[in-house]
Design a protein around this ligand. Structure first.
Ligand SMILES: [Zn+2]
Length: 284
């Protein structure tokens, strides 16, 4: 029906994801160092030469320079390109899960459910980006950071409020229900973190403030509620928190610990995709 709009949404999402991924490389490198992400030049890690715009085109620059610095010839780690590609794929998955309501909004402007779908998708994709930076910073440093945790919350709360803003909840709408919705979301996140804390206690592992920031960042990533915004999904959410908590408490303090953020984000994206395919099959 909206084939052109769907193709446009999928292609633009992947491209936009790659560009965001390029920015995440900066975030992942600078946040743990306590540096600002908005100012300053990117430079070669070996020779310190400031990089020009032509050196900073995601994936393409790395490929055309054959993974070497244009100025000193030192090899550039493939990880930057991997993070850009991963973010592109993550945004593409998000777009696949959201295309039914997000794509028509590109051609139909006066239908609130479609506009809602598009805005929700953008918030979802940005919270995926926040989770990716949390997972990589944890991989590098073993710590969660308050700034990333705050960002995921800032993105999730408007997402929870969106159905009320667009009045999609119909007769169940109203300020009181909207606030209740935010309350339930905060309660869910709180319960999930309490569960993880208990699992750390059982495993006799120390739960620090850095762990709290990481868990907020990962758990704030909306689960598969792109089409379930009318439900609160306690079961799915707590089941994920249980698996994630066990993984974290078992690996905490070992060398495998640093992979737990990566596994969590990949699992969430995978579940979203499977859940979407499942729903598509049962409605077909
Ligand atoms: Zn160089």
């Amino acid at each position: 029906m909206y084939t052109g709009a769907v193709i446009y949404l999928l292609v633009m999402s992947a491209l936009f994801g790659i560009i965001i991924g390029s920015f995440l490389n900066v975030v992942i490198y600078r946040v743990p160092a306590g540096r600002t992400v908005v100012k300053g030049h990117s430079m070669c890690m070996t020779c310190g030469h400031n990089l020009a715009a032509k050196d900073l085109i995601p994936i393409i620059s790395w490929a055309t320079l054959k993974g070497k610095c244009r100025y000193c010839g030192a090899p550039i780690a493939s990880r930057y390109t991997k993070i850009e590609s991963f973010t592109g794929v993550a945004f593409l998955i998000s777009a696949i899960c959201a295309y039914k309501t997000a794509a028509p909004a590109l051609v139909i402007f006066d239908y609130p459910e479609y506009t809602f779908g598009l805005v929700y998708f953008v918030l979802y994709a940005l919270s995926v980006a926040a989770a990716i930076s949390a997972m990589m910073i944890y991989f590098d440093t073993g710590k969660g950071y308050p700034g990333v945790a705050v960002w995921t919350l800032v993105l999730k709360i408007p997402a929870v409020l969106l159905p009320y803003i667009f009045n999609i909840m119909g007769d169940r709408g109203g300020v009181l229900n909207a606030l209740k919705s935010v309350g339930i979301y905060l309660l869910q996140t709180g319960c999930a973190i309490l569960l993880i804390f208990l699992l750390f206690l059982i495993g006799k592992k120390k739960y620090g403030i850095g762990d709290l920031f990481l868990d907020i960042s990962i758990l704030s990533l909306p689960l598969f509620n792109l089409y379930y915004y009318f439900r609160n999904q306690w079961i799915e959410f707590m089941a994920f928190a249980l698996c994630y908590g066990i993984l974290r408490s078992v690996t905490k303090g070992t060398s495998k610990d640093k992979y737990s953020g990566i596994i969590a984000v990949c699992t969430l994206l995978f579940i979203s995709l499977i859940h979407y395919i499942y729903r598509m099959l049962i409605t077909a």
